[in-house]
Design a protein around this ligand. Structure first.
Ligand code: HEM
Length: 527
């Protein structure tokens, strides 16, 4: 029989006492309160009910995409200059100004489609999301490891993700569904040529690049704007896995990339990336054969040379997965002075979606959590209340949660530093139209030709294996696209599927696409 007296701690036991959240000491954490040693249990058992009901609520909804991720903390160190040129010429964002200036940050790398416990060796884009805790408030740069995306209009995002996620009946990822959608989505070709090559399975998070993908703007002190794209370059170089390599990794460990990142940081082998930007004047650039606001395109590096603006070093691991990874929340609307949105039609949709999902996933006060707080800036909002409010910020007078106020003048609107208008004037009719310069194939073909032979072989084998599981109609349409991408790709995937140029020549362009003259000429001479 247990008796409380026999559990008395020894005189020299100086350990803290286990308590519940109310601060009550826990007398017995092994046995419920019962009537007699054999029960029944009592309901007025606050301690037990608190313990079990908190456990029942330990999970929050996982992210609808990017559910599995690994986190690292560290800093960004600015170069401040490009050669003789100060970066202030292009942006007034404070974190970029002084050479050597450091800004705290957190990064979350992730895979997209699988659930919270899925394999990190899956073929999938990888997320590369960085939160900079600047003195002007937080800046989130929410990117991926591949420089382009499947679609160019946010209205298609739920569809592309549904096609990639498990079948709603079988709950298996089905290549037939993926290629059914992609065959009708010609703008996905550039992404597919990347994703199904070894680049679609980075060897580790430390060995992958990151890209902002969408086009943003930089604004200088005079209000002059430039279009900008961001690139992260790993100091250890890029390393990827073939399908076969990945199968071997996955057989032994579903979390190899998290382990690699965690151990590198623990061992003091701090991962590093250089941040480079490409800039363009802020206009439509009619001279280009692509639209600078189209996230299915890269900007050619010869014409828009990447410039280094700093480096990121990760030197601390998360101290708790749930607090600093699961509840960590990024968004494309989280910008600081000197950085701005462009009219990229993906970016506007993303900017709504992230904070919308976080209010649902984490709760309306997700920005009060330590990892999401603007910890290096002063925060004074008139926001009050809502689930899980634990902190009230504001002016000096706690009665005043509105502005303007003559009673308490301690809060005011910020006068925008120098200009209240910036960027080119936009004029247009309301409409629902594709952008005119689509060119869905050229860059995909260039990417294929730049690959090394082993990468091309892996790409072709992956396409044949997976597209082979789709209907004949889908297979033919995919081969048709691949011939427009590059003859060799069309011919090799076609050969694997038993489909020749003659079999697909008769197919008309999709209703959702307008081929340009060069593409029509290629279509006439397919193969
Ligand atoms: C996560 C929406 C396109 C990168 C998410 C989440 C949503 C979302 C709802 C979950 C966020 C959370 O629960 O905290 C969208 C929409 C897109 C889009 C609507 C297109 C219109 C993209 C693109 C990229 C990207 C193009 C890459 C440049 C990421 C990353 C995460 C993420 C890295 C994970 C962030 C984290 O680690 O918490 N996205 N996304 N997304 N998305 Fe997107």
């Amino acid at each position: 029989m247990t008796d409380v007296a026999s559990q008395k701690p020894a005189e020299d036991d100086n350990r803290e006492v286990l308590t519940n959240r109310q601060g009550h000491p826990v007398y017995d954490n092994q046995n419920q309160r019962t009537v007699g040693a054999r029960g029944p249990a009592t309901l007025e058992n606050y301690q037990f009910l608190e313990k079990i009901s908190h456990f029942d609520r330990e999970r929050i909804p996982e992210r609808v995409v990017h559910a599995r991720g690994a986190v690292g903390f560290g800093y960004f160190e600015a170069t401040g200059m490009w050669g003789d040129e100060p970066i202030s010429k292009y942006t007034r964002a404070k974190l970029f100004q002084e050479p050597g200036k450091r800004t705290d940050l957190v990064v979350r790398f992730s895979s997209v489609i699988g659930g919270r416990d899925s394999s990190e060796a899956a073929r999938d884009p990888r997320g590369f999301a960085v939160k900079f805790y600047t003195e002007d408030g937080n800046w989130d740069l929410v990117g991926n490891n591949l420089g382009v995306f499947f679609i160019r209009d946010a209205i298609k995002f739920p569809d592309v993700i549904h096609s990639l996620k498990p079948d709603p009946v079988t709950f298996r990822q089905e290549p037939a569904r993926i290629f059914d959608f992609m065959s009708q989505t010609p703008e996905s070709m550039h992404m597919l040529v990347n994703l199904f090559s070894p680049r679609g399975i980075p060897a580790n998070y430390r060995t992958m690049q990151g890209f902002g993908v969408n086009t943003y703007k930089w604004v200088n002190a005079d209000g002059l704007t430039h279009l900008v794209k961001y690139h992260w370059i790993p100091s250890v170089g890029v390393k990827s896995l073939t399908e076969k390599d990945a199968a071997a990794v996955q057989a032994g460990d579903l979390g190899h990339a998290t382990k690699d990142l965690y151990e590198s940081i623990e061992n003091g082998d701090y991962p590093e990336w250089e941040l480079r930007v490409q800039l363009m004047s802020d206009d439509a650039h009619d001279e280009l054969d692509f639209d600078p606001l189209d996230d299915t395109k890269l900007w050619p590096e010869n014409d828009f040379p990447p410039k280094t603006v700093g480096k990121m070093v990760l030197n601390r691991n998360q101290s708790n997965f749930f607090a600093e990874n699961e509840q960590l929340s990024f968004g494309t609307g989280v910008l600081v002075d000197g950085l701005d949105f462009s009219d990229d039609k993906m970016l506007v949709g993303r900017t709504f979606s992230y904070s919308d999902t976080q209010r649902y996933r984490v709760g309306p006060n997700y920005l009060q959590l330590p990892v999401n707080q603007a910890k290096n800036a002063k925060v004074h909002t008139n926001q009050r209340d809502g689930q899980m409010t634990y902190h009230v910020d504001g002016g000096e007078n706690p009665h005043i949660n509105y502005e303007p106020s003559i009673t308490d003048g301690s809060l005011r609107e910020a006068a925008y530093p120098t200009h209240d208008e910036q960027g080119p004037e936009i004029v247009g009719r309301l409409t629902r139209k594709r952008i005119p310069r689509t060119d869905d194939y050229t860059q995909a073909g260039q990417r294929f030709l730049l690959m090394e032979p082993w990468e091309q072989d892996d790409l072709v084998a992956n396409f044949v294996e997976l597209i082979g599981q789709a209907s004949r109609e889908v297979q033919e349409r995919m081969v048709w696209h691949f011939f427009l991408v590059e003859d060799e790709l069309g011919a090799r995937v076609g050969a694997g599927l038993g489909i020749s140029a003659d079999d697909v020549r008769h197919l008309p362009p999709l209703q959702s696409q307008t081929l340009n003259e060069a593409e029509l000429a290629r279509l006439a001479n397919l193969g």
